[in-house]
Design a protein around this ligand. Structure first.
Ligand SMILES: NC(=O)c1ccc[n+]([C@@H]2O[C@H](COP(=O)([O-])OP(=O)(O)OC[C@H]3O[C@@H](n4cnc5c(N)ncnc54)[C@H](O)[C@@H]3O)[C@@H](O)[C@H]2O)c1
Ligand SMILES: [Fe+2]
Length: 398
């Protein structure tokens, strides 16, 4: 085991209200023609024309790929890469949620290193040539992908959500403007907000946490816990949106340098097979996985409990850890998160998939970072528990 830690972030982070205006300047420092990777909703909201205006003012030409209609697949990556090459672009800009950012990360790597994106999984192929500069502009407060060296792309030939992590995937610059998140609909705010919370909590309880990630994770947990309900209840609450955007960014930095754990390991197969949006599938798993992990992470969960209820600072660690788990359950109720059955997943299909999902979860490597490392059969049991999880019950996990 190494006794030193590494900490990586984008080389530039512009954040705060109106930081989107810096897009032209950042692009001009990195290239001459940009491919904007985004979706039709962003275009409708006017974010693409606004971004192109900033680019034009800075003398940067642009082409636009708007083909992303779901969480990213290898097909979108291929289409967008062809456009990047045909248009002779030299910088890539993502404007959107994690789906747009992750697609752009893959383009930035493939444009200089070649081959199929899946080849980079598990470090089988290392991106050793400098990627095309990527400027990430998130419009959700959730994935933190603007500041992570991870991309998650579905392999359409086997329905596996490939988690691919290498330093070269880190965007060169991130522009985090909370004004762009004001339009996020309520269900997206809930799902992405719990995703950000899961990043912060998993980074904090991970076996790979270290002091630099702890500071980011603790700050992120506080910002998110204190603001997630306000942003959900009133999407126009700019202060809450601002705190969520910052919390999500910090949570991304935290988990990219620490790790995610069992929640994300189990969440990706649900997303790939049943097309549950990433934030929702995390939320459906988070309370059960915390119950499962509790005894192995009492002190760290106690810190989370005290963030939820600062007035309970006199509680013992054991009591505060219970408070953390119960507060997360209550949060899921407040954000109207259903369990897997309530989402409408067919029981028989789910049961048939459990064995593959548990194997895929283990193969991703994330469960090995969990404070309590599960076996294949324990993961299978957790999937069963989560299918009918009762967010109001005291305990669901034996
Ligand atoms: N690379 C990473 O570090 C990382 C981390 C976590 C999750 N992810 C991945 O990110 C993807 C999910 O990203 P996401 O949760 O941001 O959702 P998303 O990008 O899939 O977006 C969800 C929906 O919300 C819409 N939307 C986004 N911002 C909006 C806004 N401001 N106003 C109105 N509509 C808006 C999008 O158009 C889309 O329809 C998943 O594939 C997940 O696996 C990646
Ligand atoms: Fe996530």
């Amino acid at each position: 085991m190494e006794n030193y830690a590494v900490f990586r972030m984008p080389s530039t982070i512009n954040y705060g209200r109106n930081s989107f205006e810096t897009l032209g300047k950042e692009a001009a420092e990195r290239g001459k023609k940009a491919l904007i990777v985004s979706d039709k909703i962003m275009e409708k909201l006017g974010y693409i024309s606004e971004g192109r205006d900033y680019l034009t003012q800075a003398g940067i030409e642009s082409a636009v790929y708007l083909g992303i209609e779901s969480e990213p697949t290898d097909t979108y990556v291929q289409e967008a890469l062809e456009l990047f090459e045909n248009e002779k672009c030299d910088v890539v800009i993502s404007i959107g949620g994690g789906s747009c950012i992750d697609t752009a990360k893959a383009i930035a790597i493939l444009a200089t290193n070649g081959d199929y994106i899946g080849d980079y999984m598990g470090g089988n192929k290392i991106a050793d040539k400098k990627p095309v500069p990527h400027i990430a502009v998130p419009t959700t407060a959730g994935t933190g992908s603007e500041a992570t060296d991870v991309t998650i792309i579905t392999n359409t030939s086997n329905d596996v959500k490939m988690m691919i992590k290498q330093p070269a995937f880190m965007p060169d610059a991130a522009i985090v403007d909370p004004l762009l998140t004001l339009s996020s609909p309520q269900h997206v705010t809930a799902a992405t907000g719990v995703d950000a919370l899961s990043h912060a909590v998993e980074a904090y309880i991970s076996k790979r946490s270290h002091p630099m990630t702890d500071s980011m994770a603790l700050s992120a947990m506080k910002l998110i816990v204190e603001n997630i309900k306000a942003a959900y209840q009133n999407g126009e609450n700019l202060e809450a949106r601002e705190c969520m955007a910052l919390g999500s960014l910090q949570a991304g930095i935290a988990f990219s340098n620490s790790s995610v754990c069992l929640v994300h390991g189990m969440s990706r197969p649900i997303g790939a097979l049943f097309h549950v949006p990433h934030g929702y599938s995390n939320a459906m798993l988070l309370p059960a996985v915390l119950e499962f992990s509790r005894e192995y992470a009492v002190k760290r969960l106690a810190d989370l409990g005290r963030i939820f209820s600062p007035e309970s600072e006199n509680l013992s660690d054991e009591e505060a850890a219970d408070l953390a788990v119960n507060s997360v359950k209550k949060l899921c109720l407040d954000l109207n998160i259903p369990n897997l059955s309530g989402w409408g997943i067919d029981k028989e299909q789910f049961e048939t998939a459990i064995n593959k999902m548990a194997s895929d979860a283990l193969a991703s490597g994330s469960p090995a970072n969990n404070p309590r490392v599960p076996s294949q059969s324990e993961i299978e049991e957790l999937y069963n528990v989560c299918y009918e999880y009762n967010f109001s019950a005291e305990s669901n996990v034996g």
